[in-house]
Design a protein around this ligand. Structure first.
Ligand code: NAP
Length: 265
């Protein structure tokens, strides 16, 4: 089996990375940064987001596992004092793969039918470059509302505990094949109206944001922030691709939610 390790880059994460690398090589595993079967991310959830984007072109062949060197994470749930146990598990046990849904984002431009496609593990947000964001929101081909406000956030179930949660969105179990649309400070009065609640869309429903007056937008995809000019529309749906995590022991999602937000058990 071939493996790679990504580190947050701080001293603690780098030391753990070097330790795990030499332990795994001692177990006859091959270090291969280009085509790994398993990627170990050492740092936090943010580090796993970077690893996900680094190996985005081989999601069907790579499984991820996360070690946290800070607080307990959603994607990084192994602690530094468990790395010997994790190394043995990787080297000796046939691990279980669990798959989580991803978000597909397609930005279409007004000039010449050009488009750009992205995949998000957590979420994608849309904000205007200047002033209030104004966009028509279409769901499954039907006009739903004209949004005015700071921005819109579309998240995956596993990303629902990140930015989406800060916006008042619901926490979704990652076995639910859906995406969630949450508002950022919408303008609501007698003239302008939005639904005001987060919406959860099933995998066969597409959400499309269409330019009304602005054509330049800041689109984020997880930690990446990209300025897009001359945009006609931005389409969101549950992606065909899925992210794969290597599971060596049960760690129920709701326990992770409890331990992260209520109290560490
Ligand atoms: P960052 O600003 O350095 O860190 C954002 C925080 O979000 C970190 O504490 C990170 O955990 C945590 N996080 C990431 N994914 C999570 C998940 N699925 N569930 C719960 N917490 C999660 O940025 P970054 O490390 O590059 O990460 C980018 C992410 O930041 C975006 O995808 C977005 O979700 C999040 N963000 C949140 C807000 C907000 O809550 N108001 C605003 C902007 C962006 P670790 O410390 O373990 O890495």
């Amino acid at each position: 089996m071939k493996f790679a390790i990504t580190s947050k880059g701080d001293q603690k994460s780098n030391t753990l990375m070097h330790k795990m690398r030499s332990y795994l090589i001692d177990f006859q595993l091959e270090y291969d940064e280009e085509q790994p079967d398993i990627v170990i991310s050492v740092g936090g959830d943010g580090t796993l987001l970077y690893a996900f984007h680094r190996y985005r072109s081989r999601l069907d062949k790579t499984a991820f596992v996360g070690v946290h060197t800070g607080h307990l994470g959603f994607y990084a749930d192994w602690t530094p004092d468990e790395i010997e146990k994790l190394v043995i598990a990787i080297a000796k046990t046939p691990y279980q793969i669990i798959e989580y849904p991803l978000l597909e984002v397609i930005v279409r431009f007004s000039n010449g039918g050009r488009e750009k496609k992205y995949l998000a593990l957590n979420e994608s947000t849309v904000k205007s470059v200047e002033g209030t964001l104004v966009m028509d929101v279409e769901i499954k081909g039907q006009h739903f509302e004209t949004f005015r406000g700071d921005g819109l956030c579309v998240s995956t179930p596993s990303g629902s505990t990140a930015y989406n949660k800060a916006l008042g969105g619901a926490i979704l179990h990652p076995s639910i094949n859906a995406i969630q649309l949450a508002e950022m400070a919408s303008i609501n009065n007698r003239v302008f109206r939005t639904v005001g609640s987060p919406l959860i869309l099933p995998s066969h429903h597409t959400c499309m944001l269409k330019s009304v007056k602005q054509v330049d937008f800041i689109v984020t995809v997880d930690h990446l922030q990209i300025l897009h000019k001359e945009v006609k529309s931005i389409q969101f749906r549950v992606a065909d691709e899925r992210v794969r995590f290597a599971r060596f022991r049960p760690f129920p999602f709701w326990k992770r939610v409890h331990d992260s937000f209520i109290s560490e058990g």
